[in-house]
Design a protein around this ligand. Sequence first.
Ligand SMILES: [Zn+2]
Length: 109
Amino acid sequence: MICPECLTEYIKETDVCADCKVSLVDAEPINLPLNEVNWVALAPLAGKVYADMVSEALDNANIPNYIKSDWAESAFSIEAVRMAGMTVKLFVPEEHKDAAEQILHDIVG
Ligand SMILES: [Zn+2]
């Protein structure tokens, strides 16, 4: 597991970064050395459903990615999140940004 903010690696028993208080992401599908990856955010998505769709498409294209929500999902209903206009951001390595943006555009228009 790895912190998406500070990229610190944690043992499996931990799921929140002690420094950043954010949920750790599973780094295992990512084969590149993380400290050499410059993560960049794609255009914000209007909900986790879209983010999941794009993430799956990126996985299929062998583009490493992770999703970062701007809210604590457990604290709000889906409806509350939609009403608040909250967004989800997808992060990809900078070298894959153009391809990832094309995939995102194909899915969400
Ligand atoms: Zn951290």
